[in-house]
Design a protein around this ligand. Structure first.
Ligand code: RAT
Ligand code: ZN
Length: 419
């Protein structure tokens, strides 16, 4: 083939892949968004976009306010400080800053005048229900998985009271306090009528399971989830490992649910920064290997925060089919790292992976998080399919569509159903 013919073949392939990646609806399997029935817990709008903790951390690189003074300010004032520091006084180059601009742009707003008041005026006119549908449509997100914690005092009463579910939102049961702070959690469970104490005896573990069962049913949870620090080890003689082995994993087997592990987060590296104060540390994937090997009847959904863990995680997924790798989480969700991870995953484990989740905390973020990732995925897939083409294998449009469906939720759904 001449160079010109091969260029034109690649351009045709690129257009096909870009179109499919841009238009395929995605199941966003991990977010911090809420069903609108949770009312004020569903965050949206320009001020929420600006006080996103990713931006708070970046703004403090420039602000000299004492932390407590910043936190004591009204949210609108915090948003203004962040806007000035990150958008007006410096160019908004970081991924989280660029994200705000992508979102505004796709919502049809013109941010070029740097006029926060005008942006606020536009958002003040929106209605949450319509805005929700608009953001989901723009992001082409079909379904959203929430992060649902019975330990959250704002969230719990809504579940207890009951509400009519919006079928675009599914639940995931988050259990960090149960596994990471058993002593305090035991007291709370006691207050809610579970017969538990500090010592993890057989009857106490069975009460912990009753708690998990009650909340799994109440939420109709799709999976259980926890985030774990770098020093997490399994097996180990401590409350966390015992609760995983004797309560969480049997519960997941009984209900046929995967257990999601988000590995390598160092909480409160700088507590004064609040949510923005968490860091990263290498996770021990030997412990994950031990879990996958010891509990073949359980399924593990896993994402890791450190860039340095990504290769080993892919290799582990080649060894254990009860391990499903997902997402470019948090600090890895920057184009450079996300692209490298996505390439590596496809090269090592093919299409049995869910390469991204949004982790959106503010509704409008769905728009940029998916827009940015779709660009990355299209680039990676074009290279992969072009490689196949050079090897004499021409993927059909239907095959490309099938593959993208898998990457955008199909593979995840299948993984959740097996078992
Ligand atoms: O990415 C984030 O927003 C973090 O704050 C965390 O919430 C993380 O995603 C988590 O689920 O623990
Ligand atoms: Zn999250």
């Amino acid at each position: 083939m001449t160079a010109a013919a091969s260029d034109s073949k690649r351009a045709t392939l690129a257009r096909r892949v870009e179109k499919i990646v841009a238009n395929t609806p995605v199941f966003d399997i991990h977010t911090h968004l809420y069903d609108p029935a949770f009312e004020r817990l569903l965050l949206w709008g320009i001020d929420e976009l600006l006080v996103y903790h990713y931006l708070v951390a970046e703004a403090f690189r420039h602000l000299d306010h004492p932390y407590e003074q910043f936190w004591a300010l009204p949210r609108t004032r915090q948003a203004e400080l962040i806007w000035n520091a990150l958008f007006v006084e410096h160019s908004p180059l970081s991924e989280a800053c660029r994200g705000v601009l992508t979102t505004l742009n796709l919502l049809g707003l013109d941010a070029r005048k740097r006029d926060l008041t005008a942006l606020r005026r536009w958002f003040a006119k929106q209605n949450v229900e319509k805005h929700l549908t608009r953001c989901l449509d723009l992001a082409k997100v079909g379904r959203v998985c929430m992060t649902n914690s019975p330990f959250d005092d704002l969230e719990r009463p809504v579940w207890e009271k009951g509400f009519r579910r919006d079928d675009r939102f599914v639940a995931a049961l988050r259990v960090d306090p149960l596994l990471l702070a058993w002593n305090d959690t035991a007291q709370r469970l006691g207050g809610w009528g579970y017969q538990v104490g500090a010592l993890l005896t057989v009857p106490v573990l069975s009460e912990a399971r009753r708690f998990l069962a009650d909340w799994t049913k109440r939420m109709q949870a799709k999976y259980l989830m926890v985030s774990l620090p770098p020093d997490f080890r399994f097996p180990e003689i401590n409350d966390c490992a015992r609760l995983i082995e004797k309560a969480v994993l049997p519960h997941c087997r009984e209900f046929g649910l995967p257990f999601a592990l988000m590995l390598g987060v160092k909480r409160a590296v700088n507590p004064a920064l609040g949510l923005a104060g968490d860091g990263v540390g290498l996770a021990d994937l030997q412990s994950l290997q031990n879990l996958c090997a010891a509990f073949p009847e359980n399924r593990f959904l896993v994402t890791a925060l450190p860039r340095e863990n990504q290769h080993e995680l892919c290799v582990l997924a080649r060894k254990f089919r009860n391990l499903h790798v997902f997402g470019c989480w948090w600090f890895t969700n920057v184009p450079q790292v996300a692209e490298e991870m996505t390439r590596m995953r496809l090269e090592l484990i093919g299409l049995s992976v869910t390469p991204q989740h949004s982790d959106a905390r503010v509704l409008d973020q769905l728009v940029y998080k998916w827009n940015h990732f779709r660009e990355i995925l299209a680039r990676v897939l074009i290279d992969q399919y072009a490689g196949l083409s050079r090897a004499g294998w021409e993927p059909t449009t239907a095959e490309i569509q099938r593959d993208v469906n898998d990457l955008f939720g199909g593979a995840f759904e299948r993984f959740c159903q097996v078992g």
